[in-house]
Design a protein around this ligand. Structure first.
Ligand code: ZN
Length: 65
């Protein structure tokens, strides 16, 4: 059981603001989800900063290879 955190991220392809729900238990994980606007796969990195706050970064899937 945990709270879902709502975060706003920006699509690396089209720049659209997207609201995503993050499960704190996913910290340290990566997952891919298609942009709701341009339908391209966005890689989400879920992490925790030094303050213990959940943070989400997104990147172009192609940059990982
Ligand atoms: Zn997009």
């Amino acid at each position: 059981m945990g709270f879902l955190i709502e975060e706003t991220v920006y699509c690396p392809y089209c720049g659209e603001a997207l609201e995503v729900l993050i499960d704190p238990q996913e910290a340290g994980q990566q997952y891919t989800e298609d942009c709701q606007v341009c339908c391209k796969p966005i890689l989400f990195n879920v992490g925790v900063d030094a303050m213990g706050n959940l943070s989400v970064s997104v990147q172009d899937e192609n940059e990982t290879y």
